[in-house]
Design a protein around this ligand. Structure first.
Ligand SMILES: O=C(O)c1cc(=O)[nH]c(=O)n1[C@@H]1O[C@H](COP(=O)(O)O)[C@@H](O)[C@H]1O
Length: 281
């Protein structure tokens, strides 16, 4: 369970300040959107080269990286993901890497997923689904220096199917996502390693969550390709210190261009997004 990486929450606070950035660069490699020379390579090699170029190009503008595991595992490219995270740790050690896996299962299986995230991939944090309750999240919390980022109010339209249902807690009715925010803030986060996912497509709900969780970090996907409102998101999500958020953008940055200058285009998109975030905050 030992790792030489610093504690995720400390890394994040450090990156917010030293990088002057609240931008999380999402790494969702899709071979069909890559430049021609990469499309012609075996997936494993293409994913690593693409990811490496994106990481190097966007590192000056990022507070975190978030590779999405499905893009790799769907194409038998988990080794490329592992290599990419090792590359990021080596060349950009001050930038935390979040493994977006959205895991959720009974404790014994969750323990294996935790090994996968933290020992195999050596991620600094992982996204998890709270639907199966506390014992499904506990195995990740056993890694005390790692971040555990719990889905709360997701960015997709279907998130409302369950997360918006009212639940009765001690005679008080509230939407399920608010109950998740309360649970994580008041019970699951005893070790201070938790964060929550809230979508930029729902700024009103981000505000509700921020009011419940105090300064807890929020991972906020949904700007860029999903059309979330950046200004409203920042107004709702920043904590009292003007930080507290990882504003994720994936496709709008990594596919800013699909010609041979894709990395330069990604750097420019990341820089512009960071400048815009800093202007609005
Ligand atoms: O946990 C996530 O990262 C996540 C949660 C959520 O509610 N919505 C959401 O889009 N995501 C992820 O964030 C990324 C968004 O990508 P773009 O829409 O291309 O910026 C994808 O990797 C999604 O899987």
């Amino acid at each position: 369970m030992n790792t030489t990486r610093p504690n995720f929450i400390d890394q994040l606070h450090n990156a917010w300040h030293t990088q002057n950035s609240l931008l999380c660069v999402g790494i969702d490699p899709d071979i069909t959107k890559m430049p021609a020379p990469l499309r012609d390579m075996p997936a494993e090699r293409a994913f690593f080269e693409f990811g490496q170029a994106i990481i190097d190009a966007t590192a000056p503008y990022a507070c975190s990286f978030k590779p999405q595991i499905a893009y790799f595992s769907a194409h038998h490219a988990e080794d490329a993901l592992q290599e990419l995270i090792a590359y990021s740790h080596k060349h950009h050690p001050h930038i935390p890497v979040i493994l977006d896996a959205k895991r959720g299962d009974i404790g014994s299986t969750a323990a294996q997923y935790a090994i996968e995230a933290f020992e195999r991939f050596k991620a600094d944090a992982v996204t998890v689904n709270p639907y199966m309750g506390f014992d499904s999240v506990e195995p990740y919390l056993a890694y005390s220096d790692k971040g555990v980022i719990v889905l709360c109010r997701t960015s997709n339209p279907g998130g409302s199917d369950l997360q918006f249902l009212n639940v009765d807690i001690n005679g008080q009715s509230k939407p399920l996502y608010q109950h998740v925010a309360h649970l994580v803030a008041n019970q699951w986060n005893a070790t201070g390693q938790c964060a929550l996912v809230v979508g930029a497509t729902f700024p009103n709900e981000i505000k509700q969550v921020r009011d419940i969780v105090g300064d807890m970090p929020l991972l906020i996907p949904g700007i860029g390709a999903q059309g979330g409102d950046l200004a409203a998101t920042l107004a709702a999500g920043l904590n009292a210190r003007g930080t507290g958020v990882m504003i994720n953008s994936s496709r709008a940055i990594i596919y800013a261009s699909n010609d041979e200058h894709f990395a330069q285009a990604a750097a420019q998109a990341a820089q512009e997004t960071t400048i815009e975030i800093n202007r609005l905050k």
